[in-house]
Structure formats: structure tokens, C-alpha cells
Design a protein around this ligand. Structure first.
Ligand code: AMP
Length: 409
């Protein structure tokens, strides 16, 4: 379906066409008319489906239909990178429309405070904020939500995982009751349904491919010991110029810095990003990666969710993510919208159980490849079954009981 057929304002349709979007994605087709209609919405959509435009475009349409001087729309997001990225998308979509927006997030240098205060007190069409920083402003007493029309919670499941539940409730309590509220989440566990019940008003529900990686991602895995991982990565990327932009996800900062060091030695243009860097350094690395100034970005999970970088051809998971949902988020960095990409996961012996859980979640068996012969033999895949897992926990239980001097059951 075209964006015109969805009833969006002409100027917005023109801005969309400059971005090269021809047809609406399924989430956009479903969400845009409902949002224009004023319905509250709970939408289950993974990143890469076009969900950001699905809420930004109709909200912009409504702002243009009835402009106001005060803050119109509040978008609450879990991490600063996502706030910046949504702000950038709004900037692109709003070209020529006069709509104003500002990203407000913690970790900056403090000089942004005045500009943020002005936006929150004197008005700005759309504010995209992380909860902590927004609440710091709210506590100062000058935030004016009196004419707020729209609240959007993006990556709601991630916000609860980080522990923002109370903050979200505090923020929503400060907003006018007759607003429109939209909640987007990659997953729909019971705690998200409960939150939706608390803050949405009789919402419509939209669900797009729950917890499944985008269809265009080619997934594979290598069975390796830890000491083989870095050399395997080197082999995978060294004579593959077709992988122009690569992200390697590692669970720890130590793995990030070791991988960066090794690849630098091998003359690969590479940089790392983790919470070791301050906010402006992180922004700088992300900007240069987006602009293709270097080929490989090694990152901890700070950037795994919601961050959109065009043209990632290869995602490598240095470790299996502990949380199966994180796997979907990590490999969601590739094959955005209609393109294709490759996702490779390195599995050591300890990670086999976690990986089998991922396979259950995505309802797909991922091909498992031994390391290249010159790297030596890798571990053998063992299909971890429920039996083993049960036996293990029972053993622990007995051990504890014996410790207390009671008989085992
Ligand atoms: P998101 O799910 O919001 O992270 O969006 C994923 C990617 O798809 C982003 O690069 C968007 O710019 C792009 N995108 C969103 N909507 C469309 C569309 N209708 N056609 C083509 N690309 C789109």
C-alpha cells in the first residue's frame, strides 16, 4: 500500500519519497490508520520492520493538522542511542514541515540542560527522552505537559528489563488523562500486558511476527572453543570484501577490547564501543560507522536494540546472548526492511544450551559448522535436552539438603 493511500499529509508523503520508501511495511499499514483515528495501541513488532516510521508518521500528520505551541508528543525510550536515532528519523521525515523535535538523554555534558528545559517548558512538538533524564527535569517543576496529546513507549520490554517500571508509571501519572498512548514492544511477556493495562485506554492490538528474525537474514553458527574465536573471525572477514559493514557483538567489555586489538593487528579497520566510552565518544564512533569510515564495529549490547544502521551485511555474535530475545535484536541489525544479510554466531561448549533455547524461540534450526581445519577441532554439538537440565537442578537440590544434615528425598 502507498503512503498516500494511508491518508498521510502531502508534505509528509513527499518527505517519505525523498527517503526512497515506496510502499508501507505491514506494521505501517496496520498502525498508521489506527493512530490517525486516535486509538490507543499496543504493537508487538521487532526492530527492522519499519516500526519507528509506523508511529512517527501519523503523529506528525496529526501535529500538522492541529499545531500547538506546547509539547505535543512524548516518546520514551530505554537508551540514549535510540533517542538520538529516532530524533534523526523525525528530522528526515519532517523536512519542510516545520515540526520541531529534541532528544533528551542522560550522560551528556550538562550544557544541553538549558535547551532541554526550554523544549520542555516553552514547547517543542516532539520530545524523545530516556526516563531518568526526563524525571530529573520533571523534578525541577517547569515541565509543561498540559497540552500533551501523544505518549509513545518504544522498546517497552527493554525498558522493563532495565528496571524503568517505576519511572514509566511516574511519567505517565504526570500526563493529561485524555492523551493517546501507543506502546511498542518486541516481545509481549505478561509484565508488558500488565503495563499496557495500566497505561493504555482500551487499546487495539497489532502483532507482527513475534520474536522472529527478519526473513532476509541468513543465519549460521560455528562450533568453537574460546581460543579459536578471534582467528575464526579474522578468517571469516579477511577475504570477503562484500561484507562492507560488519558488527561483532560481544557480551563483555574485555571481549570487545581484545577483539579490537587483534583485528587492528591484522590491519582490519575496526573500532569498539562499550560503556567504557563517554556519550560523545559513543556518538562519534556511531556516526563514523554509519558514514562507513571504518568497516568493523565491535560492540557490547549497548547498541543491540533498536539502533538502525543502514547496510550492515554481516553480524557476528562473539558469544551466544544469554537472553534468547537479545539474539533476535542483535541479528536484527542486518537485513533491515527488505534487504538481506548474514548473521553468524560462535558457540562454545558452555553456550550450547543457550543456543538451543534460541532455536526454540525462533522455531528454526540454525546450521552448525566446525571451525576451519587449520584452527584445530571444535567442540561437538550436543543437543541439550530437558532431561539433562532437570537432572542437574535435582543434584544441586540434594547437595543443599545434605549440607543441612537432612536426608535426601
Ligand atoms: P525500524 O523497524 O523502525 O528500525 O526500521 C527499519 C529500517 O527500515 C529503517 O532503516 C527505516 O528507514 C526503513 N524503513 C522503514 N519504513 C520503510 C518503508 N516503508 N520502506 C522501506 N524502508 C523502510
Amino acid at each position: 500500500m502507498t503512503f498516500e493511500a494511508l491518508g498521510l499529509n502531502e508534505d509528509i508523503v513527499t518527505a517519505i519519497s525523498y527517503m526512497g520508501f515506496e510502499k508501507a511495511t505491514p506494521i505501517q499499514e496496520k498502525a498508521i490508520p489506527k493512530i490517525i483515528d486516535g486509538k490507543d495501541l499496543i504493537a508487538c513488532a521487532q526492530t527492522g520492520t519499519g516500526k519507528t516510521a509506523a508511529f512517527i508518521l501519523p503523529v506528525m500528520h496529526k501535529i500538522m493538522a492541529s499545531p500547538s505551541k506546547k509539547l505535543n508528543t512524548l516518546i520514551v525510550v530505554p537508551v540514549r542511542e535510540l533517542a538520538i536515532q529516532i530524533d534523526q528519523q523525525i528530522e528526515a521525515f519532517s523536512y519542510g514541515t516545520g515540526i520541531t523535535s529534541l532528544a533528551i538523554y542522560g550522560g551528556g555534558k550538562g550544557e544541553d540542560w538549558g535547551q532541554e528545559k526550554r523544549a520542555l517548558s516553552q514547547g517543542c512538538d516532539i520530545v524523545i527522552a530516556t526516563p531518568g533524564k526526563l524525571i530529573s527535569h520533571m523534578n525541577m517543576g517547569y515541565v509543561d505537559f498540559s497540552e500533551l496529546q501523544h505518549l509513545i513507549l518504544d522498546e517497552a520490554d527493554r525498558m522493563l528489563d532495565i528496571g524503568f517500571h517505576e519511572d514509566i508509571i511516574k511519567i505517565t501519572k504526570a500526563l493529561p488523562k485524555n492523551r493517546q498512548s501507543l506502546m511498542f514492544s518486541a516481545t509481549m511477556p505478561p509484565k508488558i500486558r500488565k503495563l499496557a493495562k495500566d497505561i493504555l485506554n482500551n487499546p487495539d492490538e497489532i502483532s507482527i511476527a513475534i520474536s522472529k528474525p527478519a526473513a532476509g537474514v541468513l543465519q549460521a553458527s560455528y562450533l568453537v572453543h574460546d581460543h579459536q574465536k578471534i582467528r575464526l573471525i579474522d578468517r571469516l572477514i579477511s577475504d570477503k570484501p562484500e561484507y562492507e559493514s560488519i558488527i561483532i557483538f560481544a557480551s563483555t567489555k574485555k571481549d570487545v577490547s581484545e577483539t579490537v586489538r587483534f583485528l587492528k593487528k591484522a590491519n582490519v579497520p575496526v573500532e569498539g564501543i562499550s560503556s567504557n566510552l563517554d556519550q560523545s565518544e559513543r556518538n562519534d564512533v556511531m556516526r563514523r560507522f554509519r558514514n562507513k569510515k571504518f568497516r568493523v564495529l565491535v560492540a557490547t549490547d549497548v547498541i543491540s536494540r533498536g539502533i538502525d544502521i543502514k547496510g550492515i551485511n554481516l553480524v557476528i555474535n562473539y558469544n551466544v546472548p544469554k537472553d534468547a530475545e537479545d539474539y533476535v535484536h542483535r541479528i536484527g541489525r542486518t537485513a533491515r526492511a527488505d534487504s538481506t544479510g548474514v548473521a553468524i554466531t560462535l558457540i562454545n561448549e558452555d553456550d550450547m544450551y543457550a543456543f538451543s533455547k534460541i532455536e526454540r524461540l525462533i522455531e528454526k534450526e540454525v546450521i552448525k559448522i566446525p571451525p576451519f581445519p587449520e584452527l584445530g577441532e571444535g567442540p561437538t554439538w550436543r543437543e541439550p535436552n530437558k532431561h539433562r537440565a532437570k537432572g542437574k537442578s535435582k543434584g544441586n537440590y540434594r547437595g543443599k539438603r545434605r549440607h543441612h544434615g537432612r536426608s535426601s528425598i
